[in-house]
Design a protein around this ligand. Structure first.
Ligand code: FAD
Ligand code: SIN
Length: 518
């Protein structure tokens, strides 16, 4: 199969790129599940954009830089903040509905680390609303082909033409991808002029995550294998408040917008503990709140703290957070009367595949967008609700860049089809599941909210064993989704540990007790 633009992933980043590029060439989107199985669909709090005074671009830039703990790329921050209003207009044109006040102005949320209300939202289901509008627009576009249940296995480069390549190979380029058709079990070769990896995050390398099961770091791992550069992988953001409901996967998020609305974190005793940790108390940046909860839980031996919104007007609580209200009711909690038990969970990968201001990776003809990428916007810690807007701004940047180069690029011929025949046995599935659990457990125990040199070293040793066993299995097994995901999670976990060991300080989301900070 040949296409101008091969987009891998159907979240906000991939769909927005497709809509922008489709006016200039044919777009093929492959996605491993149904179109709306993605992190985007779960986003609650909303999407950042400077909308009304007293907010300004300068304030949004400042908040992003402060939250990023000195690790942000200033140009990326300027780009996203200043272009955000344009992309919000595009979203509205594609049919997204944001909540408004009775006088017709956008109703703006506030979350941790923000000095102003600047988060547009649709109830507490903003991501689902954006995803709905994007999917409807994509379905109407005759220049976009969507292939659901198509799992990208690996990116094609000169390696597949028999050349020896490294991260330093000059002219290293991407020619498309090998893609597993999950329905037929065939591996298809899709050749493209440009390949866009928009496969989202990697929350499932941890036991507790707010991410849906599709977030297995596939794009980061594929780009790493294709010799693209990755960075900032140690900065895994833990969301402080997911519903404590043992056994539930993914962990259900209690949006930070609820703390922006006035909800207060409390210990079981009722003590409001955040004033010991930060002047912004319950609305402090996420890394601070997650570590504070971690610290309190370690002291008390409890498994959760509480979020209390019972002092707010019940009708207002129900109308702002209808989804959370209904969800909590199903486990017997009326959030207008009861405190909500919450605990942190892996939430967002601040690092990823290093890209420039056009979303271009270190490999030619290969772009990385959205949570898969590391644009430099988030630095050491992402400001809440900055990721959806980053995905959209960079999708637009990348589309403009690729479209301008389109006339000069040809499809690469001579790439061989996938030629491996193997087997899959039920017993292998059990091993895959067991290895996944072991990996998640070691990442949670040794590479979580608080790390140490020793814990990182142990994690790497144990991961190496799982890696070897998995490669052995991969080399004799016909690729299937579960095995490929495990392999990708191991590669992603490896990058988190490796880059974590290289950073000799505690900064942002990476807290190492051997390098304490105030
Ligand atoms: P996704 O939306 O995750 O899309 C990735 C796509 O790639 C999926 O379709 C997936 O199936 C596909 N895919 C993955 N691997 C493969 C493969 N090998 N082959 C084919 N397809 C593949 N951010 C905000 O800005 N505001 C919020 O309020 C907010 N709330 C959040 C709440 C929750 C519970 C979560 C989990 C995240 C939240 N985030 C929020 C973060 C934000 O949702 C994500 O960072 C963003 O949606 C990522 O978009 P994306 O397009 O990069 O990836
Ligand atoms: C939330 O609603 O708390 C999540 C926002 C985000 O992750 O940006």
């Amino acid at each position: 199969m040949k296409t101008d633009f091969l987009v891998i992933g159907s979240g906000a980043a991939g769909l927005c790129f497709a809509l922008k590029a489709a006016a200039h060439g044919h777009v093929t989107i492959v996605t491993k599940g149904e179109m709306n199985e993605c992190n985007t669909n779960y986003a609650q709090g909303g999407i950042c954009s400077v909308t009304y005074a007293p907010d300004t671009f300068e304030k949004h830039i400042h908040d992003t830089l402060v939250c990023g703990a000195g690790k942000c790329e200033k140009q990326a921050v300027e780009l996203v903040v200043r272009r955000a209003p344009e992309l919000i207009r595009d979203l509205i044109e594609w049919g997204t509905r944001f909540d408004k006040t009775p006088d017709g102005r956008f109703e703006l949320n506030r979350e941790g680390g923000h000095s102003e209300h600047r988060i547009l939202h649709h109830e507490d289901l903003t991501g689902a609303e954006i995803e709905r509008a994007l999917i409807e627009s994509v379905k109407k576009n005759p220049n976009i082909t969507v292939l659901e249940h198509h799992f990208a296995i690996d990116l094609l480069t000169q390696h597949h033409l028999g050349e020896f390549v490294t991260r330093h190979t000059r002219g290293l380029a991407c020619f498309g991808a090998y893609v597993l058709n999950i329905d037929t079990n065939e591996i298809e070769t899709i050749l493209s002029k440009f390949t866009i990896v928009a496969t989202g995050g990697c929350g499932n390398i941890y036991s507790r995550t707010s991410n849906p099961v599709v977030a297995t770091g596939d794009g980061i791992a594929m780009c790493h294998r294709a010799k693209a550069i990755t960075e900032n992988m140690e900065f895994i953001q833990f969301h402080p408040t997911t519903l404590y409901n043992p056994g539930e996967k993914p962990s259900f998020l209690i949006t930070e917008a609820m703390r922006g609305f006035g909800a207060i974190l409390r210990l079981k005793t009722g003590e409001e503990f955040m004033d010991k940790y930060h002047p912004m108390r319950s609305l402090a940046p996420r890394d601070v709140v997650a570590r504070a909860i971690h610290h309190e839980l370690a002291k008390t031996g409890d498994e959760f703290v509480y979020l209390d919104v019972t002092h707010k007007d019940p009708d207002s609580v129900r109308s702002h957070f209808p989804n959370i209200y209904e969800k909590c009711k199903t486990i017997g909690i009326d959030i207008t009367k009861d405190w909500i038990p919450v605990t942190p969970a892996a939430h967002y990968c601040c690092g990823g595949v290093k890209v420039d201001l056009n979303g271009m990776t270190s490999v030619k003809r290969l772009y990385a967008l959205g949570e898969t990428s590391c644009t430099g916007l988030h630095g050491g810690n992402r400001l809440a609700s900055n990721s959806l807007i980053e995905a959209l701004v960079y999708a637009d940047q990348a589309a403009r860049h690729a479209v301008a180069m389109l006339p000069k690029v040809e499809i690469q011929e001579g790439i061989p089809d996938w030629d491996f025949e193997g087997t899959t046995h039920a017993e292998e599935m059990l091993m895959i599941l067991q290895s996944q659990r072991e990996m998640q457990s070691l990442m949670s125990n040794y590479v979580g909210i608080v790390r140490s040199n020793l814990s990182l070293k142990r994690a790497m040793r144990r991961l190496a064993i799982i890696f070897e066993e998995t490669e052995e299995l991969y080399n004799k097994t016909k690729p299937n989704r579960e095995l490929c995901e495990l392999r990708n999670m191991i590669a992603t976990a490896y990058l988190v540990i490796k880059q974590g060991r290289e950073l000799k300080e505690s900064v942002g989301c990476h807290y190492n007790v051997d390098y304490p900070k105030e």
